[in-house]
Design a binder for this molecule. Structure first.
Ligand code: ADP
Length: 325
């Protein structure tokens, strides 16, 4: 809609006119993927938030928060707002942005709740304003949101939330990100115990140094995992999905972690570990039948624990953030 003379005269009445509107799906993501701490993540197919972006006649950024999480609506305190502020620095200030977040991934879940909002915002604003930002530029914008949520500009959630598939972050100076297509029959099962673990706190508990012998085992596993994904070699993926450095530290934050892991492996999982900084736990499997069997096994472990939990089964997301109707 065009701004006409009357609209401008009536600006004082603060009638905020929507000029254009788009709707975006922003996926949940699993980062670290066992051994690949801070350098690898993948997108889930159908689990994620919905966001509506509106270009409005009144300058400024407005956040509307719906769904889970009771998120801050001050744009400086909401990751989507931080990304919007950064992107609006490149625009003239004759219009405003309204971002409605329909949060379906609980904040602090470990499946990239903040990353979904940050990536969805970078993607959505770029689309709404018809900007042709590259994938790397979108990731850089989204990383500003992650900085707010976790204190670090990490990309292992936001990159796959933008690209889909697996995203490998080889380095940051400059950002070197490689998309790795998931094997066709790879599925993920997630259990999300309804307890909150703040990424910031889960990072602070990690050791500052690791023994060389542990590092050798770990980077062997990372290399094996990447090769396994490339070759669609499920057995190699399974052998490589072992984290001897981070998981033993963070397992104590998750009630019954080793029971979940044992149940997943007994049900045929290729591997099972902590998603991001937890509390969500993920298992990868070949085929949806095994993924569903793992879901039932997780359910059994948590059934009488007295903690609420959510269970998901998903394919690996082929696309990251995307336009929806
Ligand atoms: P997760 O791994 O689930 O993203 P984090 O601990 O990294 O969890 O981020 C959650 C924190 O980020 C919470 O303190 C939450 O209030 C804050 N936050 C700010 N804006 C958002 C948003 N739009 N979506 C999710 N979390 C947000």
């Amino acid at each position: 809609m065009q701004l006409n003379q009357e609209t401008i005269i009536n600006q004082d009445l603060k009638e905020n006119i929507v000029i254009e509107e788009i709707k975006v799906f922003a996926p949940a993501t699993v980062a670290n993927v066992g051994c690949a701490f801070d350098i690898l993540g993948f997108a889930l197919e159908n689990i994620g938030d919905e966001m509506i972006f509106r270009k409005t006649s009144t300058p400024g950024i407005k956040i509307i928060s719906k769904g889970l999480g009771n998120l801050p609506t001050n744009p400086e305190k909401n990751v989507a707002g931080v990304v919007a502020i950064e992107m609006m620095k490149n625009e003239d200030s004759s219009f405003g942005l309204e971002i409605e977040i329909n949060k379906k991934i609980n904040p602090g879940s470990g499946i990239g709740s903040s990353a979904a909002s940050a990536s969805g915002a970078a993607f959505g604003i770029s689309k709404l304003l018809n900007r042709n930002y590259s994938t790397h530029e979108l990731i850089h914008f989204a990383m500003q949101g992650e900085k707010l949520a976790s204190g670090a500009e990490h990309a292992d959630n936001v990159a796959p939330a933008i690209t889909g598939e697996f995203a490998l972050i080889r380095g940051y100076h400059p950002l070197d990100m490689i998309v790795i297509k998931a094997p066709k029959n790879l599925y993920c099962t997630v259990i999300h115990p309804q307890i909150e673990i703040k990424t910031k706190e889960a990072r602070e508990m990690l050791p500052k140094e690791v023994a060389l012998k542990d590092a050798v085992i770990q980077w062997g596993n990372v290399a094996g995992l990447i090769a396994g994904l490339h070759q669609s070699n499920y057995q190699l993926i399974g052998r490589s999905l072992q984290d001897i450095i981070i998981e033993p530290q963070r397992a104590k934050l998750i009630p019954g972690f080793y029971n979940l892991k044992m149940a997943a492996m007994d049900s045929g999982a290729l591997g099972c570990s902590i998603s991001g900084s937890g509390p969500s736990v993920f298992a990868l499997s070949e085929g949806i039948e095994t993924a569903n069997a793992i879901k039932a096994a997780f359910d059994k472990v948590y059934f009488d624990k007295g903690i609420d939990y959510h269970l998901f089964v998903s394919a690996i997301g082929k696309t990251g953030s995307r336009l929806i109707q």
